[in-house]
Design a protein around this ligand. Structure first.
Ligand SMILES: [Zn+2]
Length: 174
């Protein structure tokens, strides 16, 4: 049976996923967050010579304390399904840990514009002192201090800026 089916590529899936935002940070997509790790698509043969197009998306489980995974999984499914796939499978890859280092530089800059201090890059050279030098997203001063280890979600801390006297949230490096 020959029907005019638009060919959907993996690139289309990545583009669709750009429209899926992190439910807690609505300016950043799940792709920029580094949550989506793998995308695959193809056709599988079903009965009577017909084929069915499938898409598989693999995502990291994010981390404990940021419980948006169920919402993101559903949003990812819906966005990919809309492209016209008969079968969509969203898998959570428990072997790949999400870390704030997976966020793209664009995501970190959007986070700061959104009013949340982005996480510092985690590497072995990081000292306590560097971790404490968090730049205020409002005035960019580093004269800030930790007020509460937990903000509106467990992955955020609340800090106070001595320079502009405003409180702000920091996305903790994880
Ligand atoms: Zn400030």
């Amino acid at each position: 049976m020959q029907t005019a089916i638009k060919h959907i590529t993996d690139t289309d899936i990545w583009v669709a996923l750009e429209s899926v935002k992190d439910p807690e940070i609505p300016v950043i997509s799940v792709v920029e967050m580094g949550i989506v790790t793998k995308v695959a698509s193809g056709e599988s043969q079903v009965a009577s010579g017909q084929s069915s197009r499938y898409a598989r998306v693999t995502m990291t489980p994010t981390f404990v304390g940021c419980p948006a995974i169920g919402v993101m999984k559903k949003d990812i499914y819906d966005a990919v399904k809309k492209l016209g796939f008969e079968e969509v499978e969203v898998t959570v890859d428990m072997d790949t840990a999400w870390s704030s280092d997976r966020m793209t530089p664009e995501a970190k800059s959007k986070l700061e514009k959104f009013g949340i201090a982005p996480p510092a890059v985690m590497d072995s050279d990081l000292t306590e002192e560097m971790l404490d030098k968090v730049r205020c997203p409002h005035c960019h001063s580093t004269d800030t201090t930790l007020r509460s280890a937990f903000g509106s979600t467990l992955c955020r801390a609340i800090r106070f800026c001595f320079s502009c006297k405003q409180g702000f949230e920091q996305f903790k490096p994880l």
